[in-house]
Ligand binder design. Structure first.
Ligand SMILES: CC(C)(COP(=O)(O)OP(=O)(O)OC[C@H]1O[C@@H](n2cnc3c(N)ncnc32)[C@H](O)[C@@H]1OP(=O)(O)O)[C@@H](O)C(=O)NCCC(=O)NCCS
Length: 243
């Protein structure tokens, strides 16, 4: 039921009064936002989740709300079964490095990024992009200087990349910033980071899209997969318009 302050909570009970599922959410403007829904594993697949969704929808309608929305890494097909649509995907992709031969980029020389290199990078970046890059760089260069890389084509700076160890998942390094002088260098810079991460013995390298110069389909074709780690996942934005 709708709690004070616009919060929403329903539980599902068996006839014997055992709680086997719940849904928790809140009201935001003219939407009900589902924060969390779960059904006891032994009771999954029997329509309990569907009843919980219906309870939210009925309550939202009563309150005059227009939509039910949520974001989920795992349960997209569950929502779609009940008439919800996915209207946006925030894609996180992972490449597993264990058992994979990873090579450094062929046409680029790569080395750790030094403070002295920064002016050369600034020369091809906009102010805002440069500031974002500096923030990423300074947030990791103490702890992981070898995850900050600069690439050269001949004598020319081609781009730079900053990777960061995931705080929750210790076996993952994610790409924080990638800047390139020409978009065609983006994959080489990604390869440079992947190689450095692999040499360090991590299991995964991760990318949150969109990143300028990197194409989702291309990454999926070359072995990257949707991320479903506890702290790093592809988020499906889901909604249903109430009638
Ligand atoms: C997702 C969940 C709430 C669904 O509850 P449920 O009672 O099993 O759902 P229903 O029986 O009403 O619907 C079943 C449908 O949901 C989907 N579904 C069931 N389990 C699922 C799961 N673990 N992941 C994704 N979809 C699932 C299937 O499409 C299934 O349809 P089918 O039976 O025709 O194959 C439940 O599986 C659960 O608690 N999962 C773990 C927690 C979770 O992922 N919560 C959502 C994160 S926001």
């Amino acid at each position: 039921y709708m709690l004070e302050g616009g919060e929403l909570l329903f539980v599902a009970e068996t006839e014997g009064g055992k709680v086997v599922g719940f849904v928790f959410g809140r009201r935001e403007e003219d939407s009900a936002v589902i924060g969390w829904i779960a059904v006891h594993p032994e009771y999954q697949g029997r329509g309990v989740g569907g009843l919980l969704l219906k309870a939210v929808e009925d309550e939202a309608r009563r309150a005059g709300l227009k939509t039910v929305i949520t974001g989920t890494p795992f349960a997209r097909s569950f929502y779609e079964k009940y008439g919800y649509e996915c209207y946006r995907v925030e894609r996180a992709l992972l490449l597993e490095l264990i058992g994979r031969t990873v090579n450094p980029p062929r046409d680029m020389d790569v080395r750790p990024l030094l403070l002295d290199d920064l002016p050369a990078l600034a020369s091809f970046m906009g102010d805002e992009e440069y500031l974002r890059f500096l923030m990423a760089y300074f947030s990791v260069y103490d702890s992981d200087p070898d995850m900050c890389l600069i690439g050269f084509r001949g004598k020319d700076v081609a781009g730079a990349v900053v990777g960061k160890r995931n705080e929750v998942y210790p076996d993952l390094v994610t790409l924080e910033e990638l800047v390139v002088k020409d978009e065609s260098y983006a994959y080489d810079m990604l390869d440079a980071l992947t190689y450095a991460v692999s040499v360090k013995g991590y299991r995964w390298v991760g990318v949150r899209l969109p990143v300028r110069g990197l194409d989702e389909e291309e990454l999926l074709r070359s072995g990257w997969k949707d991320a479903k780690l506890p702290s790093f996942w592809t988020r499906y934005h889901i909604r249903k318009h109430l009638r």
